[in-house]
Write a protein that binds this ligand. Sequence first.
Ligand code: SAM
Length: 253
Amino acid sequence: MESKQPSPIDLLVEAHAGLERQGPGCAEETGRALAFLGDLDLIANAADLGCGTGAQTLLLAQHLKGSVVGLDLFPAFVDVLNGQACEQGVADRVRGVVGSMDDLPFQRESLDLIWSEGAIDNIGFEKGLAYWRGFLKQGGYVAVTCPSWLTDERPAVIERFWTDAGSRLDSVASNIEALQRCGYQFVAAFALPETCWTDEYFTPREAALEGLLRNYPGNETVEAFVADNRHEVELYQEYKQHYGYVFYLGRKR
Ligand code: SAM
């Protein structure tokens, strides 16, 4: 009997479930963003949207005294977060839930902080910020990373890559304007360093891709998935001066 063909989504989950991060980012930059939030002891309720396996969710819990809910579409990622929260003895304050960023399970005006690394562009930067604002208390913070143009030159091949991935890039200035339009006071914005892409994400992901090729020898879907991922790395190496992930922080007015 033939074994079931994995879909690209199955492969995405399989390749990423064992990684620390599912996109560019790192502990230092998460910490750098947290430093803009004033007195962290005042944050009682936080949410980490598109948390993946939750490396940054657990980091938030280390810095905050309050509780953190990590939310992601994929149960396999949420299971990793909940397992690690148990192992680290923080399961009383950290909970992973399966859900969608555009249909949040929180009460309105109940959160002090909404965090989201590498995920908001899946529903749109401005749309996400506008919708999420309703769940923040007055004075609550939002902190998100989003792929953005870093130069005025915008290579068409990069534009096409992100559009095909269901996302879009805007300049840092227009994202800051969007944040302000959505009813936030602008707090800070800074670009993630190259190591967040390479050492923290692409290198461990490449090892996972090698694993997929071993697990599914000769499988064309797997080969195409691996080729797409490697193409992303090649594009980044060639065009990285033009785009990158930027952390945006705002405070609900
Ligand atoms: N925040 C993690 C990190 O920085 O390592 C994961 C980032 S990964 C690039 C994007 C995450 O967003 C994935 O875990 C994906 O499953 C999740 N995601 C995408 N669309 C989503 C949606 N509509 N609702 C919830 N999670 C979503």
